[in-house]
Design a binder for this molecule. Structure first.
Ligand SMILES: [Zn+2]
Length: 366
């Protein structure tokens, strides 16, 4: 199969043809172009979302086929790889959710994003920084991690480093190749630096549910801006306003975008579930009954357009939605359009609306 349009490659934009065969990109031909000069489709790498709780009405914590439903929903908006993300919950509720997620991964859904594994967001977080997480925060142990990891592989963990025993856990998990992210944490700057030295690599929804930056108490945000190479940020411009996005982009070279999407993503306004909570989608935001933000209704195509609105080029925005999350997880087969890479592709019109999506060369939408 051959796709025609403005193709974003590691060497810049080319107007021409991209050839796919057996799920891979086999060739790209064409001439250098500025895509702003024409109305032909923009062909860019599929989006990689490392923080997704739900979509299409399904919440991962409900178990059953919810992970399949959310992977199909987000694929329609251009996401071609994702991590299913759990909520802080009781041991029993987490085991049930991971069992069912593992079953979905064992027979992956069609017309859906590739499920890379799990992001364990809590329960090993600070009870003082729950955000929208239910009150089941508790100190983590390797046994508790391994119990869940055996049911569905955990690629990313969000952890509060200041909790008793967590520094040692961070060192062990990072040594195994798990990406350890500091989040839902009231840690000091110095505690974060220690965790980074022990192998922590990222920060979970930067700015949200973490100690902020004061010039004499630089906190988690200060540690991220001063030292992080990678961090995730919710790209809805509601959790973080434009100035906060631009400050982090200047400080953190591989800042990347996630949705933190709830079951309300891709759905009309109304009442939805997020773990144990009832949440309410109104327009672009999802809130608890008390008005606090509770995840998002964001999809990655909207996040892309938000970054463009802030003045980023399409090439840079694409890196922050595809290449940096791939590199962060150590995935070298995706995140760019180049020969031998997976054919995970989004085709946009000149207004950056999604027209077509391919996951491993198979078309998701017309
Ligand atoms: Zn989350």
């Amino acid at each position: 199969m051959t796709l025609e349009g403005n193709i974003l490659t590691p060497e810049g934009w080319f107007k021409g043809e991209l050839m796919l065969r057996r799920g891979r990109i086999v060739g790209i031909s064409g001439a250098p172009v500025n895509p702003d000069d024409n109305d032909a489709p923009r062909i860019i790498p599929g989006f990689i979302d490392l923080h997704v709780h739900g979509g299409g009405g399904a919440d991962l914590m409900e178990g059953g086929q919810s992970l399949a439903v959310l992977a199909r929903t987000h694929a329609r908006f251009g996401t071609t790889s994702l991590l299913g993300t759990s909520m802080t919950a009781s041991r029993e509720a987490l085991i049930k959710a991971f069992q069912d997620a593992g079953r979905v991964m064992a027979s992956p859904p069609e017309q859906a994003a590739d499920i890379l594994g799990m992001h364990l967001e809590g329960p090993f977080i600070s009870p003082d920084m729950l955000g929208a997480q239910p009150p089941h925060a508790r100190p983590g142990t390797l046994e508790a991690f391994d119990e869940l990891n055996a049911l569905a592989p955990i690629r990313v963990i969000t952890i509060a480093p200041e909790i008793e025993g967590h520094m040692a856990l961070i060192e062990v998990l990072a040594g195994r190749g798990v990406r350890v992210q500091l989040g839902h944490t009231a840690a000091t700057h110095d505690q974060c630096v220690k965790a980074l030295c022990l192998g922590a690599r990222g920060f979970t929804h930067l700015y949200n549910a973490m100690s902020g930056l004061h010039h004499r108490a630089p906190g988690v945000v200060g540690a991220a801006l001063a030292h992080a190479d990678y961090a995730e940020m919710i790209g809805d411009l509601i959790h973080v306003e434009p100035g906060g996005v631009l400050a982090a982009r200047r400080a953190i070279p591989h800042l990347y975008v996630v949705t933190d999407a709830t079951s309300a993503a891709g759905m009309p306004d109304g009442e939805y579930r997020l773990g144990e909570h009832r949440v309410f989608k109104r327009g672009d935001s999802v809130r608890l009954a008390d008005g606090g933000l509770a995840g998002s209704a964001l999809t990655m195509d909207v996040a892309l357009r938000n970054l463009i609105h802030l003045g980023l080029t399409l090439a840079e925005a694409s890196q922050r939605l595809s290449l940096w999350p791939a590199r962060y997880l150590g995935l070298s087969d995706r995140g760019v359009l180049a020969p031998a890479h997976r054919a995970d592709i989004v085709m946009l019109d000149s207004n950056l609306e999604v027209q077509q999506v391919w996951v491993a060369g198979r078309k998701v939408i017309e």
